[in-house]
Design a protein around this ligand. Sequence first.
Ligand code: C2O
Ligand code: CU
Ligand code: CU
Length: 564
Amino acid sequence: MSRRDVLKVSALGAAALALPFERVARAKTASKIAESKIPRPYTLPFKVPPVIDGRGGGTITIAQKMQNAVILPGVQTPIFGYNGITPGPTILARRGTPLNIAVSNELPAKHPNWGYEAWTSVHLHGSASKPQFDGYASDITRVGQTKTYQFPNNQESRTLWYHDHGVHHTAENAYMGLAAMYLMSDELEDRLPIPKGSHDLPMVIADKMFAANGSLMYDDEGHSGLYGDVMLVNGQPWPNLKVAKRKYRFRILNASLSRGLRLQLSNSAPMTVIATDGGLMPKPQTTVQLRVGMAERYEVVIDFAQYAPGTKIQLRNLGVPNSRDFDNTDKVMQFEVTADAFDAANNDVPAELNPQNEIMLLDETKVPGIKTVKLDLHRSNSTWKVNNTTWDDIVKSNYQTVVANPQPDEVQIWEITNKSGGWFHPTHIHLVDFKILSRNGKAPFNYELGPKDVAYVGENETVRLITKFAHQTGRYMIHCHNLPHEDHDMMTQFRVGTDTVDNDPMTSAPAGPIGAGGGGVTVIPVVNTSTPATPTATPTAVPTTAATTATPRPATTTTTRRRR
Ligand code: C2O
Ligand code: CU
Ligand code: CU
């Protein structure tokens, strides 16, 4: 054989070997349930969670409950839900109108499968809430207790989300379903001709895995991360959304515990990003690929005007390093263009959105004596740490240790470093919005040029950001939003200004027993949220009017309390 033939044969041999090796090396699914129970992608309709309109202020009551949900067709899956559904109800709020939410913990005393005590703490992610209403991890509400949270709604319009933050069980509680959207609007947003009403849709993306009996499986591989094989959008596996020939606004939230996403349309059409975690960007930015780490929010406008009715376009996930892929985790959902008549109002993206955003105008060269705070993210002795400390160290200090103590309204630079090549850490700073200045000295992605509260700190990266410690004083958490990392124990805190009796996260507003009215509010039992299974082809979500126009989430069924 000539040398060339040898090369050919070995190339063939390598190709022949590659296939079975690939099959062995790559698990097809993570779930243990029969494959026939998992729906084929794009066969189920897009759904949106029901809406609670809190724009008038006052107090909303929400119960955290375990209920059975139908996530896989014909399969009952016990979930933890705000009002027993997941995602929980989308709450509408208005800038300048504070809103109270009385949350009762009516979960089973112990998780039926995993045995832990189901204490909770509610965090409104994206809100400058006071420390005692910020879901401080150790400020827990035990089963049978309630707590009334006060949300000031004093920032610019944005896509927030509320999710559990109970110490050491944030990951399990959020994975079980305690996560939902909270949309705050304002006059600036009202004035913009961007898609609204039924053309403004939430897209809560999360991966799950299912045990043989249909319950959710939890495996975080020694607190490394949980990677499910079933991709849900608003609680529905790989849905199909019928769209009219116009622009739509999607409020993308990566609510996965550990899976990073890199989204791209199947036809590689550009997407127009109009808002980041902290609301509208100064200017829209177009991109073909959008990386979305856990807890990041991006509002994206996609224009379907150019497509013939019947065209199908998929939203794909190209994956990120150090997230485990399965056969269908490269698929998220599908858009199916229709010939339907549509309302052509608010079908635009202006060249400027929020050019005066205060955070995006911050300039380190204009702040004499600006301080730089450094955070180092790493793992040692199989524990995740920030600056070599854990949340347990904070607890041992009676919640006093802090990594920074900015004065009210102080502007600082923070530098977050991840020296590991094997992990990425989407790092969240509570209370503030920030501007990402650089990543390893290079400019951030164009779609990151908006106010952020989570920074994707990739493998061997240092992210430099600037922020202003406005709105409140007191102690706030900083943590990795890979929730198994956060729980074990990559979380620390900072203090703005000084502590007072009115801003102590542990003692200013502790939970009280249900019925006694924790926080001085009487808790009204929540009505049964069960609705008949009526899949809807066309979403009518995120109504700008009353909650009654919301599409109910179909197929939550009767409560099954499995106590032990
Ligand atoms: Cu989205 Cu401290 O969390
Ligand atoms: Cu937060
Ligand atoms: Cu992490």
